[in-house]
Design a protein around this ligand. Structure first.
Ligand SMILES: Nc1ncnc2c1ncn2[C@@H]1O[C@H](COP(=O)(O)OP(=O)(O)OP(=O)(O)O)[C@@H](O)[C@H]1O
Ligand SMILES: [Mg+2]
Length: 288
């Protein structure tokens, strides 16, 4: 059964989407079947994997049904069955990597969920993913920079929460809020199934004093939940977001690919045979 990981930090621009995309690509590279779920109406992950379809105005306003359904309809109609959910899943240009895209019309989803006054608002995504998770090794959920009903759905649906941070005080605040939300959900709803996988630094400038100081504080604060692997600032990460190519095709030897590969190894979420594939790819093993 697939492991479900939410990538969350309610601070914007910390690298949630880039991390989701590259981690998904690397997991798919090892031969795992991976599903990305875009929960953000900004739809950056859908764009990254070329699965974005722009909404005409009547669709944006929910006055007309779209030609292609996406994450919006999964929430709107509370899809549970395989027949309803499978048409939302799109193949991407990366082998083994699939996605449920988002689009602008998804911006109405949170208000709509609350306005319907139905019960079980927090577990809509969990119930949908439960139907299809057998078909994947990993399901990665990219979240908007928010702490709303969609984020809560994401946490409820997940086995793990992963939080990228940048080296600044505001990102740390986002991390604290994410941890508080998880604790609140666990306490309030008696959910034991989700745990905090950890946090890591993105867009790191490793030679600065600020980086070294804050890395030390994070390690003191979080212990083993603070990954020692950071993701270096790397222009190739921004470039793939404008040319829409897989990073492993465009720049397989770039720093970010090396760093995210090390991060997956440090997170220790893969079975041994898949770990060997990654360790071999970055020269940490001489054979597979
Ligand atoms: N390692 C990196 N090196 C250089 N630029 C990066 C790196 N990681 C992310 N970026 C850039 O930083 C910007 C923000 O990244 P990203 O969109 O992944 O953040 P986000 O947390 O998903 O933002 P939002 O909260 O708005 O969804 C993007 O322009 C992205 O290209
Ligand atoms: Mg994003």
């Amino acid at each position: 059964m697939g492991k479900i990981i939410s990538i969350i930090n309610n601070k914007g621009g910390v690298g949630k989407t880039s991390s989701t995309g590259i981690l998904a690509e690397l997991l798919a590279f090892t031969g795992c079947r991976v599903l990305c779920v875009d929960l953000d109406q900004q739809s950056n992950l859908s764009m990254l994997f070329n699965c974005y379809v722009k909404d005409p105005v009547p669709v944006l306003n929910w006055r007309e049904r779209p030609e292609e359904e996406n994450i919006t309809e999964l929430f709107r109609y509370r899809y549970r069955s395989r027949e309803e959910i499978e048409p939302l899943i799109k193949p991407t240009f990366v082998k083994n990597l699939y996605m449920i895209p988002s689009s602008k019309r998804h911006q109405k989803t949170p208000d709509q969920i609350i306005a319907e006054k139905l019960s079980n608002n927090n577990t809509i995504l969990k119930k949908s993913l439960a139907t299809i998770r057998d078909g994947y090794d990993y399901i990665l959920i990219d979240n908007a920079p928010a702490s709303d009903i969609l984020t809560v759905n994401s946490i409820f649906a997940s086995d793990y929460v992963l939080t990228p941070v940048r080296i600044d005080g505001f990102s740390y605040k986002g991390l604290e809020e994410t941890l508080d939300t998880i604790t609140y959900i666990k306490d309030e709803h008696d959910v034991d199934s989700v745990s905090f996988l950890g946090t890591f630094v993105t867009q790191a400038e490793r030679n600065t004093v600020l980086y070294r100081d804050l890395k030390e504080s994070y390690t003191d604060e979080l212990g083993g939940k603070f990954f020692q692997t950071s993701i270096r600032k790397d222009i190739r990460v921004s470039e793939i977001e404008t040319i829409f190519k897989p990073i492993l095709d465009y720049a397989p030897n770039t720093n970010a690919v090396y760093d995210y590969t090390r991060l997956i190894l440090e997170m220790n979420i893969l079975p041994e045979d898949k770990k060997k594939v990654l360790a071999y790819a970055i020269g940490e093993r001489e054979d597979m």
